[in-house]
Design a protein around this ligand. Structure first.
Ligand code: GLN
Length: 242
């Protein structure tokens, strides 16, 4: 078996170790004897969604996000079709915002892909924090780091999780991210996947099943060190859970 991972615009959208998500996807496939190919799609290059089994769209400052926004407009139809046909996507922070209808920064409005029926509006107080969630994708709490000026209103979408510590989509809603079809969209940097291997395996399994059928599955890995790291972070920021 083999999965091909497309990293969209790593030259523009790559904050706080988001590329670690690519390393994690690749390693967790290889550890199970599954071939992994990574295609970095730099800005200006053609994106062939027919070749991709998994797509990562990372985060970026407003200026880089605006540049990425111009690139994304060119591939909007193909990206929409990919998601409609159950393609697997991880979108982090700036990438998450750009999947929505718009992101209104302090000075202008960036039109998003409209794949998610959400919108984001910037406020001067940045939401910077370690963050802990309870998510249906993971038995243990999801941990990460957030740093965003945008507040995202997710309308009727299902969130990725409930905020136990930190801010999330807005300071008030109590929810973080969006789960839609095979899309995981989130504010969590960290990078997200090495810290939360269950989310990595969720994405890999969605992509494998789409390509090889419902019987395809991943062998479990021990993740001993990952569990220790998770417990230590959760104990530091959300002690009452343990
Ligand atoms: N520029 C966006 C914001 O501040 C996203 C930042 C990010 O990707 N960390 O809300």
């Amino acid at each position: 078996m083999k999965l091909t991972i497309g990293h969209l615009y790593p030259d523009l959208l790559n904050l706080y170790g988001d590329t670690g998500n690519i390393q994690c996807l690749k390693k967790r496939l290889q550890w199970r004897g599954i071939e992994a190919e990574v295609i970095p799609c730099q800005s200006g290059s053609r994106v062939d969604f027919d070749r991709l089994d998994l797509v990562l769209l990372g985060g970026g400052p407003d200026r880089e996000q605006e540049l990425a926004c111009g690139q994304l407009k060119e591939i909007r139809r193909d990206f929409e079709a990919y998601v409609r046909e159950n393609g697997t996507v991880l979108a982090v922070c700036g990438g998450y915002q750009l999947l929505g209808n718009y992101y209104r920064t302090g000075v202008k409005t960036l039109e998003g892909l409209g794949i998610l029926n959400i919108y984001t509006e910037w406020e001067p107080k940045r939401l910077v924090s370690n963050i802990i969630l309870k998510s249906p994708l993971c038995p243990e709490p999801v941990t990460g780091f957030e740093n965003h000026g945008g507040r995202t209103n997710i309308g009727d979408h299902s969130p990725l999780g409930r905020v136990l510590y930190g801010y999330g989509n807005t300071e008030e809603s109590g929810y973080e991210g969006v789960l839609y079809k095979n899309v995981v969209a989130t504010y969590l940097h960290g990078p997200l996947l090495p810290k939360n291997p269950a989310i990595c395996d969720y994405l890999l399994e969605r992509a494998l099943k789409k390509k090889y059928g419902e019987n395809a599955h991943l062998q479990p890995l021990s993740d001993r060190l990952e569990h220790i790291a998770n417990h230590s972070i959760v104990a530091r920021y959300y002690t009452s859970l343990w």
